[in-house]
Design a protein around this ligand. Structure first.
Ligand SMILES: [Zn+2]
Length: 326
């Protein structure tokens, strides 16, 4: 439980739900007075059900919130971002004293989805947290937070399960080995999430990206740049970011395929033949394109428009690099 003594902790990693569970677990540790951690402790039980009076949970979605102060929320809120008015209200009453525990725990979920207007209020309260308040923040993409906020938090990264661990967990849960490996290739925060993946859709998306990347990198045909852009563009920034990450994996797999004839190090081994063929584009071009995809993915800010433009910009940039005479 490193870092729990710090007044402001940011939990970062894959899977918003997993981070939320970790934040509530940390909140229980901070509010537990019996020392018994679990369902037979009234403190821990009330934290788990979000009923502990000294626990506040702010989130973009109404149903995930608990004990938030009143604030002005427009009725047509899409619940996709943490409202600025909510963050201000939380900051304004952060210094209220606890009811029964030694401190209050203020959980802010998905702070990487905070309305930019709220960052100054958030920063102000994080700079000088009230003595009896502990802040637990979560973010799947902490890089989207302003550096001023990041400099005020103790970052605790939750490691993702490895592909091998995921596959093993899925096999233990009763899935055939082949399906377990196929699901694990797509990455997930945990076995439950991996089980929930729509495998046919995930494969179709991956194969579509592989086809477009191959058309562009091997065929050097600019038409494929537009196809790639369309296939990379998701509904929102998070989805586009995931697709860029997936493309980066495929490009790395293709670079690896040329030196790994058994394909053991490949994430998407089930597409070995096509990945090996894409390997002909050369490791330098492939790894450069992968690195660029990862950088774009990390820098993508939240908006539908940005998601589409970012996908297009990436594909066109790639096409331009290829068009340049060697
Ligand atoms: Zn307890």
């Amino acid at each position: 439980m490193t870092g729990l003594d710090s007044p402001v902790v940011l939990l970062a990693g894959r899977g918003s739900r997993r981070l939320e569970a970790a934040a509530l677990d940390s909140a229980a540790a901070l509010l537990c007075r019996t020392g018994r951690r679990g369902a037979d402790c009234p403190d821990c039980r009330r934290v788990a059900s979000r009923e502990h009076p000294d626990l506040l949970v702010a989130a973009p979605e109404r149903r995930r919130r608990a004990h938030v102060p009143e604030f002005d929320e427009s009725s047509d809120s899409k619940e996709t971002t943490l409202p600025a008015a909510l963050v201000r209200a939380v900051a304004a009453e952060a210094s209220r004293l606890p009811y029964e525990a030694e401190r209050r725990v203020l959980v802010l979920l998905d702070v990487d989805r905070t309305e930019p207007a709220a960052f100054s209020a958030l920063l102000k309260v994080l700079e000088e947290p009230p003595r009896k308040a502990r802040f637990l923040l979560t973010a799947t993409r902490p890089r989207l937070l302003p550096p001023t906020i990041l400099s005020r938090v103790v970052l605790r990264k939750l490691p993702s399960p490895t592909r091998a661990d995921l596959a093993a967990a899925l096999e233990v849960a009763g899935l055939p080995a082949e399906e377990a490996e196929a699901r694990a290739a797509f990455g997930a925060a945990d076995a439950d999430e991996a089980r929930g993946i729509d495998l046919a859709a995930a494969r179709a998306l991956r194969d579509g990206l592989l086809e477009a990347a191959s058309g562009l990198l091997l065929g050097r045909s600019p038409g494929w740049a537009l196809v790639l852009a369309a296939r990379l563009a998701g509904e929102d920034a998070a989805e586009t970011s995931e697709r860029l990450d997936l493309l980066a994996q495929l490009l790395r797999d293709a670079a690896a395929a040329t030196v790994d004839p058994a394909g053991l190090s490949l994430r998407h081994r089930e597409r070995f033949r096509d990945l090996h063929r894409l390997g002909e584009a050369g490791a330098e071009a492939l790894l450069g394109a992968a690195e660029s995809a990862l950088r774009d993915s990390a820098d993508l800010t939240d908006s539908r428009r940005n998601a589409r433009l970012a996908a297009e910009a990436y594909a066109l940039r790639l096409a331009r690099t290829l068009a340049r005479p060697a």
